[in-house]
Design a protein around this ligand. Structure first.
Ligand code: EPU
Length: 428
C-alpha cells in the first residue's frame, strides 16, 4: 500500500510554534549497528531513531545471524555470535547505501565479506573505490562479479597507510572499523571531519580501542579488537540534519519554534548562514529558538556545500526552500553529489524561481510565494524540503514517495502537527 502526505499550506503566514525534539542521528545510529560487530559481548545502543533505514539495518544483521533485540523504543541490544553469514543479502542491502559500512567489520572479524554492487542512486553515482582501495591496502583479495564483490583475507588484516582519494564519510568509518581488528597500526589520511566519526571513535576508545585523531583529517588506529562492551552503552548523538531542517522550517513558517535536544556546535555553518540572512536565532547549549516574524525580510546568500564543518549537502535542499523566501538571488553550489539538485524542478512547479545551470549549480531568486502542488519526493532530504515548501505554500500539497522521508525521519507528520502544521498521512 502506498502512502502520501497531504499538507494544507499556511499561505506564507508564520504560525508554527512550540517545541520539537530532535531524535538520534540516522548517520550515527546506522554506523553504530555496524560497529557492534566488533564486540564479543552484547552492545546496547540507545536513542536510536525508529526509521526505515534502521529497520532495514536490523533486518540485514538478523539475516546474517546476528542477534538484535529491540528492548524498548530507541534501545537495541546486539550480540554477534562466533560465526555469522558474511554475504549481505542483495535486495535489502541495495535499498540503502549505508549497508556498505557493514563490510569493514565483517571482513576484519570473519575474514571475508560479500556485498552487491551498490549501484547509482538518485543523488549521484556514488562509487566505492575509496572502500576498495582501502581494503586492498589491508592485504585482502577482491573479486568483482556480476553480482557484486567478494573480499577475502587468509589471515588477519594488516594495518596500513591509507590516503582517501575523497574524504568519504562512510568510507573512512568503514576502514576505521576494519583497522580496529587489524594487525598493527593503520593511518587514514584525508579523513572527513564529520562529528559522527568521532562519536564512534569515542565509544570504541571507552571500550579499550586505540584511536587517535578521529574528527581530524588524520586518524591513527592500533588494532586491538575484538572488544568487550562490558555494559557500556552507545548513546546516539542528536541528528544535526534533522535539527537544521527544523530550524529552517522555523525561519520560514515559525512564530517561535524551539528545537530541543540538539547540539548546535554540530551545525554552526547553518546557524551562521541563517543569521547572515537575517534570521533571529537564539542558541544555547542544547537548544535553538527561531523567532520568526511576519515582517521578517530575509536576504539571500550563496551556498556551497562542503565536508564538515562546511555547509552540509544534506541541508542543501531545505536551504534552497529558504532562499525562495529571501530577497535577492542566491547561488546553490552542490559540490558533493552530482544528482542532488534534480528536485528543484518540482519547486519550480510550486512557483519557485530556480534555474538549474548544470548538475551542480542552481540560482534561486526570491522572495516568491509558493503554490500547493502534487510532488514526488526523490530522496530523504529533498522530501523534507518539499514538506517545508508545502507548509509555506498557498493551498494543498500532496507529497508522494513518503517511504523516502520515512527512511530518515521518525513519525514526521505527528511531530509537525504538534507545532501547528496541517499535515496528514493517507493511503493511496
Ligand atoms: N565517493 C567516491 N568514491 C567512494 C566514496 C564516495 O567517489 O568510494 C564520492 C561520492 O560519490 C560523493 C562523495 O564522494 O560524491 C562523498 O560521498 P561520501 O562517501 O562522503 O558519502 P557517504 O558516506 O555515502 C554520508 C551520509 C550521506 C551524506 C554524505 C556526505 C551516511 C549513511 N550517509 O554518505 O547522508 O550526504 O555522507 O556528508 O552517513 C543522507 O543522510 O540523506 C545522506 C545521503
Amino acid at each position: 500500500m502506498k502512502e502520501a502526505l497531504v499538507i494544507q499550506g499556511l499561505d506564507g503566514k508564520k504560525t508554527l510554534a512550540g517545541s520539537i525534539n530532535i531524535n538520534g542521528a540516522k548517520n550515527a545510529a546506522l554506523q553504530a549497528f555496524a560497529m557492534s560487530l566488533l564486540f564479543k559481548d552484547e552492545v546496547i545502543l540507545k536513542n536510536v531513531p525508529e526509521i526505515e533505514d534502521v529497520k532495514n539495518m536490523v533486518e540485514i544483521l538478523k539475516s546474517l545471524g546476528v542477534k538484535v533485540e529491540r528492548k524498548s523504543k530507541g534501545v537495541y541490544a546486539i550480540k554477534t555470535p562466533k560465526k555469522i553469514s558474511t554475504n549481505l543479502p542483495e535486495e535489502i542491502s541495495k535499498k540503502f547505501r549505508a549497508s556498505i559500512v557493514l563490510s569493514g567489520p565483517i571482513l576484519a572479524r570473519f575474514g571475508s565479506v560479500g556485498f552487491p554492487h551498490p549501484g547509482g542512486c538518485v543523488i549521484g553515482l556514488r562509487p566505492i573505490d575509496v572502500f576498495l582501495n582501502g581494503f586492498e591496502k589491508f592485504g585482502v583479495k577482491i573479486k568483482e562479479s556480476e553480482n557484486g564483490y567478494l573480499i577475502r583475507s587468509d589471515q588477519k588484516l594488516k594495518g596500513s597507510k591509507i590516503f582517501l582519494r575523497i574524504p568519504s564519510v562512510t568510507g573512512a568509518q568503514t576502514l576505521m572499523m576494519a583497522a580496529l581488528l587489524a594487525r598493527g597500526k593503520t593511518i587514514i589520511k584525508n579523513a572527513p571531519l564529520e562529528p559522527e566519526t568521532k562519536n564512534l571513535a569515542d565509544f570504541m576508545n571507552l571500550c579499550g580501542a586505540k584511536i587517535k585523531g578521529a574528527g581530524t583529517s588524520t586518524i591513527e588506529i592500533i588494532g586491538t579488537g575484538p572488544f568487550s562492551a562490558d555494559g557500556k552503552v552507545f548513546v546516539t548523538p542528536p541528528d544535526r540534519i534533522e535539527a537544521g531542517s527544523f530550524i529552517i522550517l522555523g525561519a520560514v513558517a515559525g512564530n517561535r519554534l524551539e528545537i530541543k535536544n540538539c547540539n548546535p556546535e554540530d551545525f554552526e555553518s547553518l546557524l551562521e548562514t541563517l543569521k547572515y540572512c537575517g534570521v533571529n536565532i537564539e542558541v544555547s547549549k542544547n537548544k535553538v529558538v527561531v523567532m520568526g516574524n511576519k515582517s521578517d525580510n530575509y536576504n539571500s546568500t550563496d551556498i556551497k556545500t562542503h565536508e564538515y564543518p562546511g555547509f552540509p549537502t544534506d541541508l542543501q535542499a531545505p536551504m534552497t526552500v529558504f532562499l525562495t523566501q529571501a530577497e535577492g538571488e542566491g547561488l546553490i553550489f552542490e559540490t558533493i553529489f552530482e544528482g542532488r539538485l534534480n528536485y528543484t524542478s518540482e519547486l519550480v512547479r510550486m512557483g519557485a524561481d530556480v534555474r538549474l545551470w548544470d548538475p551542480h549549480r542552481a540560482t534561486v531568486k526570491g522572495p516568491t510565494p509558493l503554490r500547493g502542488r502534487e510532488v514526488e519526493s526523490p530522496d530523504i532530504r529533498a522530501g523534507l524540503a518539499f514538506i517545508i515548501a508545502a507548509i509555506i505554500a498557498n493551498g494543498e500539497s500532496i507529497i508522494h514517495n513518503v517511504h523516502y522521508i520515512d527512511r530518515g525521519y521518525e513519525k514526521i507528520e505527528d511531530r509537525l502537527r504538534k507545532i501547528g502544521a496541517d499535515i496528514k498521512r493517507v493511503s493511496i
